[in-house]
Design a protein around this ligand. Structure first.
Ligand code: B12
Ligand code: SF4
Length: 515
């Protein structure tokens, strides 16, 4: 019985930006008695169905965006006589759908690290259960990835998770509902072991695939102190101390190592944290700006973000501390008006963002926005290819709308055109060249231009493409440019690199301030 793990995608580029971490984690969760699993990442190349034989197990991961392709693979694998098992965020939310449309024999809801061995055993005994409630396991039970199975020369960035879950509750995000609001933080020992293994292989760019790298803010600790809650204070400070411990150890890695993470802008109020990040080579972070107006922030339950001039200042603080920001903005919020687009473009420029993305509000399942929208759509008769809009992921990609909710002030067309306009402005050659000053040498500036253009093109398929011809053109361009880009990210293998030792004095430096 061979085990196959498939990461579905409609587009294959030959080279990919970030390793899909789940593939290497589930590989680690596969008992040695089954041999090494066959890992298929369709963002590199499509699955060859002939690899699958009767009696094999095919594990497929789906997030909402790649569900349709995932279901195609499931049906295909089932026709070839394999056991079909689905997992991932979308399967966790809609297990029945994976059975009805994806040919699933079994669906794993939640974390696969521990349950996967049992699923394989049950398949081997011809007794898989329709649903495995795996839930949220403790951080200590997360499996470290099998990086020894990573193909060489295919990915630009590797990905290592340090913490799962997020204490916030943004309306468009499913993370806090599926992964929980209690941060599940891995110990720095296991994180460092993975990172050093990757560095030995020659990866010097590593994405920290965290929901929120700053799970405890200074305000959280102050609040717990004010509430006279010593247990809570201790818990929060332990999480912070472990963060600082991790960063102190990352700081000892070779100086050309580069990390990128996702973080809330509250970190800008915490100078020790930012300087520890810089020292730890965490030189870039995706910051969810979402909206530039107080009304927009209210729309998405993100009142901890700033608007106006404070926002510009907060974002600049990252840059002033040596951390590049990829600002993420959402368009299509109910409070957006025609002038919001120009205001956003202006903030993106003034805040000295290195990269930016301008995504269209999409009701993802598992979010507050989705639940609200689904309710309002109860009596909506619209069907595309026979599918109601509230199951938009099942609509063939070419027919899928780009805007889902009726906007109170703008037509779909206007929203899309204005969004496109902001992308075009931010990624015009003139603007990119101006931003490329941060890269230094002429060669580095040229590389910056190339990467900016690649980023822009790869995004042309994630919600803003005006038509499928444009998306196909973008894919061709990205395929062509991705290979030389990967070389820019590659590092020198360092087979002898040692794991930095635990740091005795790395306890949260600001701790004294809270006593
Ligand atoms: C890192 C990350 C990215 C990275 C890297 C993606 C990559 N190549 O890996 C980048 C920045 C590129 C990215 C992009 C996007 N992302 Co993203 N991303 C994440 C993040 C933070 C971590 C993913 C990760 O690596 N986790 C670590 C692995 C080990 O965990 P896991 O994938 O959940 O797998 C575990 C279980 O789910 C289960 N499991 C998973 N698969 C399977 C399969 C089987 C067979 C079994 C048994 C079990 C199993 O077991 C695993 C181990 O416990 C998640 C948030 C999250 N908490 O998951 C969002 C998340 C997956 N992303 C999300 C979104 C929306 C996007 C974008 C669409 C954003 C945008 N607007 O453009 C794009 C889409 C990109 C694309 N086309 O695929 C959403 C998906 C929501 C949904 N319903 O689908 C999430 C959940 C975040 C959110 N805010 O809600 N993302
Ligand atoms: S959008 Fe970011 S800050 Fe908000 S809940 Fe999701 S992970 Fe947390």
């Amino acid at each position: 019985m061979k085990v196959h793990l498939v990461n579905p995608s409609n587009m294959s580029f030959g080279t990919a930006v970030i390793t899909p971490r789940w593939l290497y984690v589930l590989a680690a969760a596969t008992p040695a008695s089954y041999g090494d699993p066959n890992l298929v990442d369709e963002t590199l190349e499509p699955l060859d169905p002939l690899q699958i034989s009767s009696g094999d197990v095919v594990g497929i991961s789906i997030h909402t965006g790649n569900t349709l392709r995932g279901y195609e693979i499931g049906q295909l694998a089932r026709r070839r006589g394999a056991w079909v098992v689905f997992g991932g965020i979308h399967a966790t939310l809609y297990p029945e759908e994976a059975c009805q449309l994806g040919g699933a024999h079994a669906v794993v809801k939640g974390d696969g690290d521990v349950v996967w061995a049992r699923v394989l055993e049950d398949c081997g005994n011809n007794t898989p259960k329709p649903v495995y409630e795996a839930g949220r396991i403790e951080a200590g039970r997360f499996k470290s990835a099998r990086w020894d199975l990573l193909p060489s020369n295919r990915y630009m960035w590797a990905s290592v998770q340090t913490v799962r879950g997020c204490p916030k509750h943004c309306s468009f995000c499913s993370v806090w509902r599926t992964d929980g609001q209690q941060p599940r933080q891995r110990s720095s020992d296991v994180v460092l072991e993975e990172i050093v293994e990757l560095r030995r292989l020659g990866f010097r760019f590593i994405a920290l695939a965290d929901d929120n790298f700053y799970p405890v803010t200074l305000t959280d600790v102050q609040l717990a102190l004010r509430q006279n809650n010593p247990g809570r204070v201790q818990e929060l400070r332990a999480i912070r101390a472990e963060r600082f411990e991790l960063m102190a150890r990352l700081a000892q890695l070779p100086p050309d190592t580069v990390f990128f993470t996702q973080i809330t802008m509250e970190a800008a109020e915490d100078p020790e944290f930012l300087s520890a990040m810089k020292a730890a080579h965490i030189l870039g972070a995706l910051v969810g700006v979402e909206a530039v107006t107080p009304e927009g922030l209210k729309d998405v339950y993100k009142d901890f973000n700033c608007a106006g001039e404070n926002l510009v200042q907060r974002l600049r603080t990252f840059r002033q501390n040596g951390i590049h920001v990829l600002g993420s903005f959402i368009f299509g919020l109910p409070s957006d008006r025609a002038q919001t687009f120009a205001a956003t473009a202006e903030v993106a420029e003034r805040a000295e963002l290195t990269f930016a993305q301008f995504v269209m509000l999409t009701p993802y399942p598992g979010t507050v926005d989705f639940a609200r929208w689904e309710k309002t759509m109860q009596n909506d008769p619209t069907r595309i290819a026979g599918i109601p809009l509230t199951r938009h992921w099942l609509i063939p990609a070419a027919l899928r709308p780009k805007v889902y909710a009726v906007h109170p002030a703008m037509s779909d067309r206007e929203l899309r055109q204005r969004t496109q306009g902001v992308w075009d402005k931010f990624y015009s050659i003139k603007s990119i060249w101006k931003r490329s000053r941060c890269a230094g040498t002429l060669k580095a500036r040229m590389a910056f231009v190339l990467i900016s253009k690649l980023y822009r093109r790869m995004y042309a398929d994630t919600g803003i493409a005006t038509d499928s011809a444009r998306a196909a053109r973008s894919a061709r361009w990205a395929r062509w440019i991705a290979k030389p880009c990967r070389r820019l990210f590659a590092g020198r293998p360092m087979p002898d690199l040692q794991v930095p030792a635990r740091h005795v004095n790395s306890l949260e430096p600001a701790a004294e301030a809270f006593r």
